[in-house]
Design a protein around this ligand. Sequence first.
Ligand code: ADP
Ligand code: GLC
Length: 481
Amino acid sequence: MTKKTVLFVASEGLPFIKTGGLADVIGSLPKELVHQGLDVRVVLPLYLKMAINNHDDFDYMASFDVRAGDIQTMANVYSQVVDGVTFYFIEHRQYFEREELYGYDDDAMRFGFFQHATCRLLEALNFFPDVIHSHDWHAAAIPFLCRTFYSYRDEFRSIKHVFTIHNLAFQGIFNERYLWSALGMDHGYYRDGTARFYDDCISFMKLGILYADKVTTVSETYAQEILTEEFGENMQHVLELRRHDLLGIVNGIDYDTWNSKNDHYLVKNYDLASISDKKANKLALQAQFGLPQDENVILVGIVSRLTWQKGFYLMTEVLSHLLQAHVQFVILGNGEEDIENAFHHFKSAYPEKFAFYRGYNEPLAHQIYAASDLFLMPSMFEPCGISQLISMHYGTLPLVRETGGLRDTVRPYHMESKEGTGFSFGGKDAFSMKQVYDLALETYYERPDDWQKLVEQAMNLDVSWTASANRYIHLYQEITQ
Ligand code: ADP
Ligand code: GLC
C-alpha cells in the first residue's frame, strides 16, 4: 500500500518559528503522523528570523512565477527535513523578511501570495498530495483556490482538504477588493455571498470553512462553542452549514521537547519518581527574579500572550486580593498595553511576591513550567491551549476557566474522591476565579497529600499526540477512500 501523502500549510511551525500554540502543533503533529506511517510535508513562509538563523541549512528546491490578481512576482523555495518531515520554505524577501510575522497593512497580499505560491510549488515539484491540511486564516483559501483558480488541472481537483481552525477570533477579514488583488478571484464570489463577510469585506477563513471536505478545530468543546453566538465570532451560521463535517480533535504536545527528565533548560531534571527535585527549579527561579528563596511558598506561574482572550482582565481585577496570601507569582509574556502596565504596577507594588518578565523567552518558559506549583490560565475562550498540557506534564497543576480545550483536558480537583489534575471554575467573573484560587492554596498548604495525588494524576495523564494523530489519520482515510 502506498503511503498517504499529506501537505500541511501554516503560517508558523517549530522548530523554525513560533509565536503561539499553532507553531507547537505544526512542529509536533506531522512528526507523529510520520511516526504512524504517513508521508507528511509542511509549507511555511520564510520569515526574517528563519533567514538569519537557518538559511545555511536549507536546500534550494525551485523558483517560479506567482501570478494572481495584483501579485506578479517570483517565489524561491527551500527545504529541510526534520524528524522525517519535509519542510518547504517560501521565500519572498519583501513580504516575509520583516521584524514581525503578522499585523501589517498588506497581510492580505502577503498571505494571498503564500497560498498561491504553495499551489505553484505543487506544480513545480509535480507533487500532488492526497490531502492538503490547511491551518488558520493564513492558509484557509487553499481549498477554494485548488477548486477554482487551479481547477484546470485534474490533479488539483482531486486533492482532498482538511481545514483546521485554531482560533476563530483571527479570520483574515479584508476589504472585498482583495478578492481580486490578493487571491486573483472574480468579484462574483463576493457578489454571490461566497467570500463575503460583513459589508464590503471578505473573510479568508470563511473560504476554508466552505470549501474544505472536513473542518476541524482543536477541542471537542470548542467545536460546539463556535456554533453559538457567544463564541462564533459571527461565523456561527456559516459553521452551522458545515455542522456535519465539523469536528474537534484535541491537541497533544511534543514529548521530546517537553520532557522534565531531560529538559536542558532546567537546573535540575525530575520525573514523578524524583518529584522532590522539582523544588530546585523553584529555588533557582526565585533567585533569578530576586524573590525570597523559599521552597514552601506556593509559586504561581504564567506563560502567555497577554490578551483579553487569556482572561487577564479577570485576574488583574482581583490581583491585589490574590497577593494577600502567602504566594509568589512569576509571569512571562507580552501583549496588550493595559495588561502589561498592570503587571508592571504589581511588580513595583509587591517586589517580594510578584515578578514579571515582559517578552518572549523560550528557556524561561521551560523554567517557569518546571518551577511553578500552580499554572494560571483563566481564559475567556480557549480553542485548545497548549500551556495547560505542558504544565500538567511537568507536575504543575493548572487553574483554568472551564472553556474550550481547558474544559476538555483539565479534570478539576474533587475533594472527596481525590480525582483531578488541576482546578477549574465556570463563571466569567473574577470572584469565581478567586474562590477556586483560594481552594487551590488551601489544598497546597493544608492537604499536601491531596496535592501530591493531583500532581501524580497530572503527570500520568497522556497528553501526547498518539491518540489525536490517529484520529486525523482516520479523517484523512475517510475523505480519500
Ligand atoms: P495561544 O496559541 O493561544 O497563544 P497556547 O496555550 O495554545 O496559546 O500556546 C501557547 C504556546 O506559546 C505555549 O507553547 C507557550 O509555552 C508559548 N508561549 C506563550 N507566550 C510565551 C512567551 N512569552 N515566551 C515563551 N513561550 C511562550
Ligand atoms: C490557538 C489557540 C490555542 C490553541 C492553539 C493551537 O492559538 O488560541 O487555544 O492551543 O491555537 O491549536
